[in-house]
Design a protein around this ligand. Structure first.
Ligand code: GLV
Ligand code: GLV
Length: 323
């Protein structure tokens, strides 16, 4: 007999095919996120749930899912899931750490390079036929010798630090816990306030939590250098979007680079997109073929393990993981 499961989106073919072999799947295929009501109805008999960041999983929803044994989120971040509520019901939650570290670090550092050298602006300039011998677009800045401040120094942060060091940047970081391998990484710890005032480029990689929601607001942008480049590759709500737009409009900071936004997706007519000193990409940190395939396979592994009462390979609430 196959396991009844619900998927709020499909996974890449290798993982989807593996699940099809063992599961009866209710799959949400529409572009807009599944509604609470439909999901609640679908979960009535489900033993497994493949979740995604745009669908909220909370106590109210879990009340409709009496048979649920496992939730597998196809992302490393899981701020859309009330993990405590899952733990209270003995439901292990899987995510996809580790496998997306290098891809996300590539994108974060790549965006910084793109913005500081105005690569995308240059391309736009050429494409619009404005490239003439005597005309130039505004200059960028050197990364060499600049101070990069990383907020949230997990595995992705460390991978970005390695890249930054190779480009001749000095790296400081702020994190809840200091890293024992600072010397090896060539990074120095700074208080949050010192990081804000000292960094030429600030890169956000911390998870979204009650402690980091709105961490960057009016006051924080005010403390940054007026030449600062600000990069968010973590979660949109860590930044107060209105405050950021004001800071950019007033040239209180130089530039913002966002792979994540609040709201997300960002509507095409959003005020932020009218500003000249912003670069936005559509949440593509992990979007490579290899990485998304590994994430999908790990999501399937997590789900199948839970359905079989076996330990999830990557579990965010180990106290209720299967043994
Ligand atoms: C992407 O944002 C992820 O959490 O994997
Ligand atoms: C993120 O830091 C990860 O471990 O994937």
């Amino acid at each position: 007999d196959k396991y009844p499961i619900v998927m709020v989106r499909n996974l890449l073919a290798p993982a989807q095919n593996r699940l099809l072999e063992y599961c009866n799947i209710k799959l949400w295929e529409k572009a807009e996120p599944i509604s609470h009501d439909i999901l609640a109805k679908w979960l009535e008999d489900a033993e497994g749930l493949v979740a995604a960041g745009n669908v909220r999983i909370d106590e109210r929803l879990l009340a409709y899912a009496p048979k649920l044994k496992v939730i597998a989120q196809s992302a490393v971040g899981y701020d859309n899931i009330d993990v405590d509520a899952c733990t209270r019901r003995g439901i292990p939650v899987g995510n996809t750490p580790g496998v997306l570290v290098e891809a996300t670090a590539d994108l974060a550092f790549g965006l910084l390079l793109c913005a500081t050298r105005r690569i995308h602006e240059g391309w736009e300039f050429v494409r619009q036929g404005k490239w003439t011998p005597n005309q130039n677009i505004p200059f960028g800045i050197d990364l060499y010798g600049k101070v990069l401040g990383i907020v949230g120094m997990g595995r992705i942060g460390a991978a970005v630090a390695r890249r930054a060091r190779a480009f001749g940047m000095r790296v400081i970081y702020y994190n809840r816990n200091r890293r024992p391998d600072e010397a090896e990484l060539g990074v120095k710890y700074a208080s949050f306030d010192n990081l804000l005032t000292q960094a030429d480029c600030i890169l956000v990689l911390t998870p979204l939590s009650p402690a980091t929601r709105g961490l960057f607001g009016w006051e924080q942008f005010g403390r940054m250098k007026s030449t600062a480049f600000f990069v968010n590759a973590a979660r949109g709500p860590i930044v107060d979007t209105g405050a950021l737009a004001s800071a950019l409009a007033a040239n209180q900071i130089a530039y913002a680079v966002l792979d994540v936004t609040d709201p997300e997706p960002l509507p095409g007519d959003h005020p932020l997109l009218q500003l000249p000193n912003v670069l936005v990409t559509p949440h593509i940190g992990s979007a490579t073929i290899e990485t998304r395939t590994r994430m999908a396979l790990l999501t399937a592994d997590n789900l199948l393990a839970g359905l079989r009462n076996r330990p999830l390979p990557a579990c965010v609430n180990p106290e209720v993981n299967y043994k």
